[in-house]
Design a protein around this ligand. Structure first.
Ligand code: C2E
Ligand code: MG
Ligand code: MG
Ligand code: MG
Length: 294
């Protein structure tokens, strides 16, 4: 069992035991070093046109190549980053790195390169009034044009407030697109649609789960379809684009297409990939049939 002893404050634990508090302490303390030592990497998950199967964009998702714990997913360190404020330098790095990678792919792959990149932005980053200046610099330094950058936002207490609204309008004026991530959950609500110049709704994965299941009578389950249908109808009425998240099988993709979704993301379409793996996958997809690279 873990023990915290007096002023020495050291902690002992048995190998392999789940120690969430300890893990969080270590993660928070090590994250600064991880940033300095380039231990963070971005993986990229394709965002796919459901009709053609083509990758039209990618979402940048941070991973931590931890020297002893292996490849860590955001769920294991983003909460600590949010608490400690390190999410701000982490997010700044992610934005610049994603822009740089996009230009590198365009140079290497030409038309097969993804056209757009989505970068997740924390509410902490938006609270900084100089965030639009940072975005401008990231675009200018990389050479990426603003129309190829999508900033993915979720709601939180910090997303409200006049400073943030001004920031989001400034970003919109730069030509960058704003997406509401995890749309339909408590983190991303209808009220944001009218407060912010949003262009894209990302239907949360929880509304895709089970969408392919029929009722005992063998009919589509209208109760499960109701939210995805309503979100697509609302997006059509408001002239917004949609991306359905978390597509795990072809039956879900079919149902979403029937509801009017044209664009989706999920393990069935592709897992998030390291940049080199994504480049290989894209150049394969682009090669004419019969000339597939080995
Ligand atoms: P998100 O922005 O909603 O990203 C989508 C998450 O869903 C990713 O998890 C992705 O791997 C996962 N996913 C995609 N398709 C499927 C599927 O078919 N099934 C299932 N079960 N999951 C799927 P990941 O990479 O673990 O990231 C989790 C969250 O961490 C992200 O959710 C985002 O909120 C946050 N995050 C990731 N990178 C960054 C970053 O650079 N900055 C900030 N602020 N947050 C980040
Ligand atoms: Mg996202
Ligand atoms: Mg999402
Ligand atoms: Mg999510």
């Amino acid at each position: 069992a873990a023990k915290i002893r007096g002023k020495a404050r050291y902690v002992r634990y048995t190998d392999g035991m789940e120690q969430p508090v300890l893990a969080q302490m270590q993660t928070g303390g090590e994250l600064r070093r991880a940033l300095d030592e380039n231990e963070l990497v971005l993986f990229y998950q394709p965002i796919v046109d459901l009709e053609s199967g083509r990758t039209i964009g990618v979402e940048a998702l941070v991973r931590w190549r931890h020297p002893s714990r292996g490849l860590l997913l955001p769920g294991e360190f983003i909460p600590a980053a949010e608490r400690t404020g390190l999410i701000v330098p982490l997010g700044r790095w992610a934005l610049r790195e994603a822009c740089r990678q996009m230009i590198a792919w365009s140079a290497a792959l030409g038309d097969a390169a993804p056209h757009k990149v989505g970068v997740n932005v924390s509410a902490h980053q938006l609270q900084d009034p100089s965030f639009p200046v940072e975005v401008t610099a990231a675009l200018a330094d990389s050479g990426l044009t603003a129309d190829r950058l999508v900033l993915e936002l979720t709601e939180s207490a910090a997303l409200r407030g006049t400073a943030t609204t001004a920031t989001l309008h400034a970003l919109h004026d730069l030509g960058v697109k704003l997406a509401l991530d995890d749309f339909g959950t408590g983190e991303s609500s209808l009220s944001l649609l009218f407060a912010f110049p949003v262009a894209i709704l990302k239907l949360d994965r929880s509304f895709v789960t089970g969408i392919e299941l029929d009722t005992p009578a063998g009919l589509p389950d209208e109760a499960r379809l109701a939210v995805p249908r309503a979100v697509q109808q609302m997006a059509d009425a408001l002239r917004l684009d949609t991306v359905a998240e978390g597509i795990e099988n072809p039956a879900q993709a079919l149902r979403l297409r029937q509801l009017g979704y044209t664009t989706a993301q999920g393990f069935h379409l592709s897992r998030p990939l390291a940049p080199e793996a994504l480049a290989i996958s894209l150049s394969r997809a682009a090669a004419p049939v019969g000339q597939q690279p080995a």
